[in-house]
Write a protein that binds this ligand. Sequence first.
Ligand code: PRP
Ligand code: URA
Length: 210
Amino acid sequence: MNKQLTIFDHPLIQHKISILRSVETSSNQFRALVEEITMLMCYEAMRDLPLEEVEVETPLTKTKTKMLAGVKLAVVPILRAGLGMVNGVLNLVPSARVGHIGLYRDEETLEPHEYYCKLPKNIGSRLVIVTDPMLATGGSAVDAIKLIKQHGGKKIKFMCLIAAPEGVKALTEAHPDVEVYCAHLDECLNERGYIVPGLGDAGDRIFGTK
Ligand code: PRP
Ligand code: URA
């Protein structure tokens, strides 16, 4: 088992992934589910955030209790589909900064092409959560993380909903320091680079463009 990869087997996540896969699910429902699943995954992926002891005055007394130790977060969606996951992270960590990386996959070669990159300042001092619902060949995730590292990013986690074994292999080999989280590991890619059984084109389903 790959230690860099966490697959969520929680029943609520698996249930929601099944609805997401269905061709009957509307864009409206799809968007809401992507956000909910991301929030559930984010809750677990943030388990290693450091805490510090603080003093709080309750209505009864002063007490020592724990709060997050000033960890700064940046969430960086890979456009377009990664945008659908941003609010799932922001619901839990509202102070996170948001960067954007625009990549599209050439339908013939399956190679990613960069068209936009805007990242928060001092990204090196932040925990960076890269979001993209689909990890197919892994080309987009590998390139996006390379770009973040070129801008100084150091501590990076990658969060997707559905991964193909090919994408997990490519990503973990290219970036062995990056933890990868997915809600389900699917079987394979088809000849057009789509994840099988998958859920189709995540961007089109989120934005209703097909
Ligand atoms: C999809 C998906 C990933 C990429 C995954 O985006 O959201 O970014 O493909 O494929 P890969 O692992 O083989 O690189 P797409 O390029 O279709 O762009 P979109 O989000 O704008 O629809
Ligand atoms: N991108 C998608 O949106 N879906 C896939 O199955 C593969 C890449």
